[in-house]
Design a protein around this ligand. Structure first.
Ligand SMILES: *Cc1c(COP(=O)(O)O)cnc(C)c1O
Length: 389
């Protein structure tokens, strides 16, 4: 990594890493070749479509959360499959959705019965999202199997509402229950799917096993994943799908920032940065988690520990505590790692914070700017385009 060059880029900026995207893509491609499964990019994690041509050879297509993402996948990866799952579709957008999507997955039997026949007549593959009610994680807001979840149809609801006509509409079923999890939790989930919905599976063409598979993580058990995918393909005659977001772009970006000021409160040494958790990496606050920071250690491990936060006025806009071998200086550059996922597509201009520029470190070592934002992006999203002073 040529940090001399990177440290000349303005901050705050994202720097996406083509080399890592290709490395992730190769892992996914090998898996698809070994198992016959198809892997889609979940665009809600990453929609920087300038990079879609680079990713496209390694993917079977895109997955969308609704009309806009389906359109984006259709426009920017047009030669590949376009899948959509949405918590509820709207009448006024459904015909347009049919022009983009190849697979349409419904959340409830009601929506399946309402829109399914029209989608079928348009030649689409139809699915229903099921809820296997098998929690394997502790991140409450990312657990679609938590009590009272609105995501997916439970077996109890299936028995009550899935008429033979509704079942006959189905080409496949879909579940999404994981978040940053291993193949072991996938195995547990598959057991729950089989115990509850097993009797319906052999009548279907495909099974979409959602995202949250940490496939490209260094500790991931790829052998177990491949074994499970092959076993289910063979046992039920299913085309298996995975739709990771995170795993496609894992470790493929930095958020570059500058230490603007240093302050102190009691025992805390504090660094104030020109980036924001709330605006530029909202998962840090929502999940929450502490993102990796290049050349920093956990608090207390090195000599100087700092709490790093944003220049915003939100008291909770703290990114985390880190320690360094040296005292931080005003003007010093820092780089948060693993910043390609759930960042750019979740950004906002709360507090009038600028949106970070998006740069790409190309395979040949050069850096190019793909997007730069300005005051206009903050102002004119909320009002008329008239430039009156
Ligand atoms: C969020 C989501 C994904 C992607 O999840 P990752 O954790 O980024 O892999 C895939 N499918 C559905 C339905 C989702 O909601």
């Amino acid at each position: 990594m040529n940090w001399n060059m990177i440290n000349k880029l303005p901050t705050p900026s994202y720097l996406l890493l083509e080399e890592q995207l290709v490395a992730n893509g190769e892992v996914l491609q090998t898996l698809q070749r070994q198992t016959g499964c198809k892997v889609l990019l979940a665009q809600k994690a990453f929609s920087a479509y300038d990079l879609y041509p680079l990713l496209e050879p390694y993917l079977a297509g895109t997955e969308a959360s609704g009309l806009y993402e389906a359109r984006l996948g259709h426009e920017e990866m047009p030669s590949k499959e376009c899948h959509v799952f949405c918590g509820a579709y709207k009448e006024e957008e459904f015909d347009e959705l049919l022009t983009y999507a190849d697979h349409i997955v419904f959340n409830t039997p009601y929506q399946l019965k309402l829109f399914g026949p029209r989608a079928k007549a348009a030649g689409k593959e139809i699915g229903l999202r099921i809820n296997p009610e098998c929690s394997t994680q502790s991140h409450g807001i990312y657990d679609p199997c938590s009590a009272g979840s609105r995501l997916g149809t439970t077996i109890e609801q299936w028995y009550q509402e899935m008429t033979p006509e509704a079942i006959a509409l189905l080409d496949g079923v879909h579940f999404h229950t994981l978040c940053e999890q291993g193949a072991e939790d996938f195995a547990t989930t598959l057991q729950a799917v089989e115990a509850k919905f097993g009797q319906y599976l052999s009548h279907l063409k495909w099974l979409n096993c959602g995202g949250g598979h940490y496939i490209t993580h260094k500790d991931y058990n790829l052998g177990l994943l491949a074994k499970l995918l092959i076993a289910w393909r063979d046992r039920y005659g299913l085309q298996m799908y995975l739709e990771p977001g995170e795993a496609v772009v894992l470790n493929a970006g930095y958020l570059l920032t500058t230490v603007l000021d240093l302050t102190i409160n009691g025992d805390y040494k504090i660094g104030i940065l020109d980036c924001s958790g709330a605006c530029h990496m909202p998962d840090v606050i929502e999940m929450p988690y502490t993102p990796p920071l290049v050349n920093a250690k956990r608090p207390g491990e090195a000599l100087y520990t700092y709490r790093l936060g944003s220049q915003t006025c939100l008291a909770g806009d703290v990114i985390g505590e880190y320690s360094f071998d040296h005292e931080l200086k005003r003007g010093e550059r820092l780089a948060f790692a693993d910043m390609a996922l759930y960042t750019m597509c979740k950004n906002n201009t709360f507090n009038g914070m600028p949106l970070p520029s998006i740069y790409v470190l190309r395979l040949d070592g050069s850096v190019s700017l793909i997007k730069k934002f300005s005051y206009d992006d903050f102002k004119y999203r909320l009002g008329t385009k008239l430039k009156v002073r």
